[in-house]
Design a protein around this ligand. Structure first.
Ligand SMILES: Cc1cc2nc3c(=O)[nH]c(=O)nc-3n(C[C@H](O)[C@H](O)[C@H](O)COP(=O)(O)OP(=O)(O)OC[C@H]3O[C@@H](n4cnc5c(N)ncnc54)[C@H](O)[C@@H]3O)c2cc1C
Length: 656
């Protein structure tokens, strides 16, 4: 185990002097939250710790081993004896146990000793956990009170993470990593690729692939159908392929990657390359930090081929019905204009959380004679040089589209109805993501798997606490920028609790802009701004606002966001099933657009829903990469007939 990262190392990683790092608020909490130190802050002494900094003091690594090893031995002893009280007594009162499928066949965080007791009471007999140990498989966790751990269950092997406080568990992460007897064919289990010797009627790899493509969906049925072959469907498809789950991905687009190609032409990924790897194949080291949309599209297309996915392009899913008697879906698809039926056991909707456009319904939209479209339909700025454009909305798409229109010589006005969070991309990369996903993180020994698990190890209930200082630091660092934006009339926020962008993403999937330049145009007035207003109506040639102004327009873009993914279920299955599964995404934080009660995990994502055999998959590239593993294992287990009793199936509190 390594020592906690000293402040001068952090300062060097961030290319700032230590004093500036401290001034910027790089306290132990932030370092811990971004994965640069392992010493967890104690929430009860949060304010006191706010002023504390890391030191160069070496950590007694033998003590680390001792504390964690002792805890693991005690925990295992209690579990082996089925002594739930003894096991629960090993947790602090305000503990969090996040389980990704290993114990619960679900994605669940239980809180407090009672939560631990309940979970163990309902899962222990089935799971039979054993062989808990510290693992160096993920590299060093560092610090005296935390460690990467491994364990086994009756059916699988798991990885996890443990943070101790006062000798008891404060946060515990347990994740299922593979299923015994169904390990992926990789490393020393990789396929040979040929059969040496003399084989009558030998089939080449290509012939086998062609035969599979001819038969699957026609002669044989896939076990799973994934509707939507964007980055989400593709990542999940790759995992299922490696696990030997016969799967067809259907997408109505002509080519894999078209979900990105079809977006406005100036779009580049907002997240940096280190955050974006797909499972199995990392981007090469010379890949751009921010991938242009057509380049990421080409990568997805290549990936689909080399990962040998059964990808049906130009295939639209029309409808799906579940038959409880046969435990089977009837999925009607139209492939190259021919209707056909698939009968999978499992149906995954990977149709995109940024896929179902929310269009407003303003008076006069039917009389407006200019061009008007949702941001997802926006073709780019070329046709609008010298034209007047009104962009309704003030989040990511609105900013990107406004900037591209301005660059092309259009006269652009942004309509901002309510406040938006803005973070400069550089600041976000350095202070928000840098510790886990950056070149310097790699240099410090971080791997993608370790970064993903580190991120996953922070319970959602605590995440905002650790995000607040990051955004305080960003606020301070970019104070001039924010002042200029506000002076231009832009309504700014940092989230209801100042926890910034990532929490907004998790809570509501909207309400922010990662600034890559458009904000300067807003601040200096090049992009005109009408803020705190609503659209009253459209006329033939203008947009009328609630402040009485009339804006002449040749183009209106509705950058008004996207609806909940269960809207796809309503369209493809039925409104009843959509209501039965309820809203997707959001944590129940009781903040704007994320009503309570508290859920603890993202609603319906990557885990069992109230509709048997229906699953939702999606999110950004990081989430698609990481959580596709757990969804794939859940599907594989079902295919193999491994019992998968679900603990804590979520209740539905909101319909959309
Ligand atoms: C402007 C913008 C910028 C973004 N920047 C980033 C970023 O930097 N990084 C990031 O990770 N994410 C980013 N996102 C979010 C991004 O949309 C999603 O992360 C990503 O596209 C989700 O992938 P997905 O596979 O879940 O859905 P999508 O990419 O939306 O794919 C869904 C697919 O489902 C298909 N489909 C839908 N209905 C059917 C049907 N009935 N039959 C057949 N096929 C169907 C569609 O054709 C589509 O290909 C951005 C989103 C937007 C709008």
């Amino acid at each position: 185990m390594s020592a906690a990262v000293p402040i001068h190392v952090v300062a060097a990683l961030h290319d700032v002097p230590p004093s500036a790092a401290l001034k910027a608020g790089l306290t132990r909490e932030i370092l811990w939250a971004v994965g640069l130190t392992s010493e967890p802050p104690n929430p009860t002494t949060w304010s006191a710790l706010m002023t504390e900094t890391t030191t160069d003091e070496p950590v007694d690594t033998s003590a680390t081993g001792t504390a964690v090893t002792t805890w693991l031995a005690d925990f295992q002893g209690a579990l082996a004896a089925r002594d739930i009280d003894a096991a629960a007594a090993l947790f602090v009162d305000d503990c969090y146990w996040r389980d990704l499928v290993a114990f619960t066949w679900n994605i669940v965080t239980v809180e407090g000793v009672e939560g631990v007791r309940d979970m163990l009471g309902k899962t222990l007999d089935q799971v039979q956990p054993h062989d808990f140990a510290i693992t160096d498989e993920l590299g060093e966790a560092g610090g005296p009170t935390e460690s990467w751990i491994k364990f086994e269950t009756s059916v699988g092997r798991g990885l996890g993470h443990l943070r101790l406080r006062d000798g008891k568990a404060w946060t515990l992460l347990t994740t299922l990593n593979d299923l015994k007897g169904h390990e992926e064919p990789k490393r020393d289990r990789r396929p040979k690729g040929t059969e040496h010797g003399v084989v009558p009627n030998r089939q080449t790899w290509l012939e086998q692939r062609r035969r599979e493509a001819q038969e699957l969906g026609h002669v044989t049925q896939p076990y799973a159908v994934i509707v939507g072959g964007g980055q989400g469907g593709i990542a999940l498809g790759a995992r299922l392929r490696q696990l030997g789950v016969p799967t067809i991905i259907v997408d109505r687009n002509r080519r894999p990657g078209d979900a990105w190609r079809n977006r406005y032409k100036s779009l580049t990924l907002h997240d940096p390359v280190w955050y974006d790897h797909l499972p199995y194949i990392d981007f090469p080291p010379n890949w751009p930090v921010f991938s242009p949309k057509d380049k990421i599209a080409d990568w997805l297309e290549m990936y689909t081929r080399v990962m040998e996915l059964n990808y049906w392009d130009s295939t639209e899913c029309k409808r799906a019905v579940y038959d409880k008697a046969s435990n089977e879906w009837t999925v009607v698809v139209e492939r190259d204009s021919v209707e056909m039926t698939l009968r999978p056991k499992q149906l995954v909707l990977a149709t995109g959380m940024s896929g179902k456009p929310s269009l407003p319904n303003f008076d006069g939209m039917d009389v407006f004679t200019g061009d008007q479209h949702h941001s997802s339909e926006h073709p780019g700025p070329d046709a609008y040089r010298g034209k007047k454009a009104v962009v309704i909305g003030s989040n990511n798409s609105a900013h990107d589209i406004c900037a591209a229109l301005w660059e092309a010589g259009a006269d652009v006005t942004m309509i901002q109805r309510s406040s938006t969070h803005v973070s400069k991309s550089d600041s976000l990369m350095e202070l928000g993501l840098g510790g886990l996903y950056s070149e310097s993180a790699i240099a410090a020994g971080m791997t993608t798997q370790k970064a993903d698990l580190t991120f996953a190890s922070i319970p959602y209930r605590l995440l905002h606490v650790f995000q607040i200082p990051v955004y305080d630091a960003i606020h301070e660092r970019d104070a001039d920028f924010y002042a200029r934006l506000e002076k231009a009339g832009f309504m700014l926020d940092f989230g209801e609790d100042n926890s910034g962008l990532f929490m907004k993403y998790l809570r509501r999937g909207s309400g922010y802009y990662i600034d890559v330049g458009a904000s300067e145009l807003v601040a200096n007035g090049d992009i005109k701004l009408e803020s705190g207003v609503d659209v009253v109506r459209l006329t033939e040639k203008a947009v009328v606002l609630s402040n009485g102004k009339t804006l002449p327009a040749d183009l209106v873009v509705y950058a008004t966001g996207y609806g909940s993914m269960n809207g796809w279920a309503a369209d493809l299955i039925s409104p009843e099933v959509a209501a039965k599964v309820g809203k997707c995404w959001g944590l129940g934080s009781n903040t704007a657009k994320d009503p309570g009660p508290w859920e603890g995990e993202l609603r319906n994502m990557w885990k069992p829903t109230q509709q048997e055999a229906l699953w939702f998959h999606g999110g950004n590239l990081h989430q698609s990469r990481h959580y596709s593993l757990y969804l794939a294992l859940q599907l594989k287990a079902r295919m193999e007939g491994i019992p998968t009793p679900v603990y804590g199936l979520q209740e539905v509190h909101h319909l959309s």
